[in-house]
Design a protein around this ligand. Structure first.
Ligand code: G
Ligand code: MN
Length: 283
C-alpha cells in the first residue's frame, strides 16, 4: 500500500465519521414521455485539502482495506432517508445504488437491507442495486445473494453492459431487472452504424429477457433521439441532468417536464451524419 493510499484510507475513515461524504443523484427518464423513472445515487467526497475525490479513486481503496461495508451501509442509510424526504415533497421515485460485489458476499446482506427498509418504512421495491462485473469478482458467484434481493422486490441492474467483463451468460443466469448500455456505445451512436446495431441488439435482447434497457451517458440531443429510436426504455446522462444535490430534484423535475417536448422535436435524427461518415469511409 502506497503512503498516498494509506493517507487516503485514513482520511476516508475520518470523512465517514465527519460527514464529509455526500450523495448526489442523477435522474433516469422514460424515453416514452420524459417522466422521471428513478435516480442513480452517486457518492461525492469533498476532501478539505484535496478537493473533490472521485469514487473511482476511493472505492478500490475501501474495497481493499476493509472499509467497503461501512461505506455501503452509509450509502444505503443515506439513500433510504433521502427517499423519505422526497416522498414528503411528493416525489415517489426509485433510487439506484452502485454496490460493490464485495458487500454482496455476505449471504445475510439482503436480510439486513430489508430490515433497513422496514425500519424506515421504505418499500423495498423503490431500491435498485447497480452491479458491475469485475475481473476478480464474477457476479455468477453471487447468484444466491442476488436471488434473495429479487425475492424481496429489490431491483438489480447490470451496469456498463457490453464493455469490460460483462457477458451474455450473466444476463441469462442472474435475476437482473435492468441493463445499462455502456456509455461508450451511446457516445458513438450518431456517428457509427455499428454502435447503433449494438445498442439496438442489446435493447432487443433485454426486452426478450423481460428487462428494462437504459442508455447511460446521453450527452447530446442526437444521442437522445437515437437511443429512443433504437428502442431503449430509459435514458440517463448530462443532457438530461448531471448528478445533482437532492434538494433540487423537485425543481429539476418541473423544468424538465416543460423542456421535454421541445427536446424530442427540436432537431430531426442526424441521418446526415451517416451520409458524411460513409462518404469519409467511416461508419
Ligand atoms: O459506472 P457508472 O455508470 O455508475 O458511472 C457513473 C459515473 O458516470 C458518475 O461519475 C457520473 O458523474 C458519470 N456520468 C453521468 N452521466 C454522464 C454522461 O452523460 N457522460 C459522462 N461522460 N459521464 C457521466
Ligand atoms: Mn451505475
Amino acid at each position: 500500500m502506497t503512503r498516498e493510499d494509506k493517507e487516503l484510507l485514513a482520511a476516508l475513515e475520518r470523512a465517514l465519521k465527519a460527514q464529509h461524504l455526500h450523495m448526489f443523484y442523477q435522474p433516469k427518464v422514460r424515453l416514452r414521455d420524459g417522466s422521471l423513472a428513478g435516480v442513480e445515487a452517486l457518492m461525492r467526497w469533498d476532501h478539505p485539502e484535496l478537493g473533490a475525490i472521485e469514487p473511482s479513486r476511493f472505492i478500490p481503496i475501501a474495497e481493499e482495506h476493509g472499509l467497503i461495508d461501512d461505506l455501503t451501509l452509509w450509502g444505503l442509510r443515506t439513500i433510504l432517508r433521502q427517499w423519505l424526504d422526497w416522498c414528503e415533497d411528493g416525489i415517489d421515485t426509485t433510487i439506484a445504488f452502485n454496490i460493490s460485489a464485495l458487500s454482496l458476499q455476505h449471504l445475510d446482506f439482503p436480510d439486513l437491507v430489508e430490515r433497513m427498509c422496514r425500519a424506515l418504512e421504505v418499500p423495498a421495491d423503490r431500491l435498485v442495486l447497480e452491479l458491475t462485473e469485475g475481473a476478480t469478482q464474477p457476479l455468477v458467484k453471487l447468484m444466491d445473494t442476488l436471488t434473495r434481493f429479487r425475492i424481496k422486490g429489490i431491483g438489480l441492474a447490470i451496469d456498463d453492459f457490453g464493455t469490460g467483463y460483462s457477458s451474455l451468460m450473466q444476463l441469462r443466469q442472474l435475476p437482473f431487472t435492468e441493463v445499462k448500455v455502456d456509455r461508450a456505445f451511446v457516445d458513438d451512436v450518431p456517428r457509427s452504424r455499428d454502435c447503433r446495431l449494438i445498442v439496438q441488439t442489446v435493447t432487443e435482447l433485454a426486452h426478450g429477457l423481460g428487462l428494462t434497457a437504459t442508455a447511460e451517458g446521453v450527452e447530446t440531443l442526437d444521442q437522445l433521439h437515437w437511443v429512443a429510436e433504437l428502442g431503449c426504455d430509459l435514458a440517463q446522462g448530462y443532457l438530461i441532468s448531471p448528478p445533482m444535490e437532492p434538494g433540487v430534484l423537485g425543481v429539476w423535475k418541473k423544468a424538465f417536464r416543460r423542456a421535454w417536448p421541445k427536446m424530442m422535436t427540436e432537431e430531426p435524427l442526424a441521418l446526415w451524419g451517416d451520409v458524411e461518415a460513409d462518404a469519409l469511409g467511416e461508419r
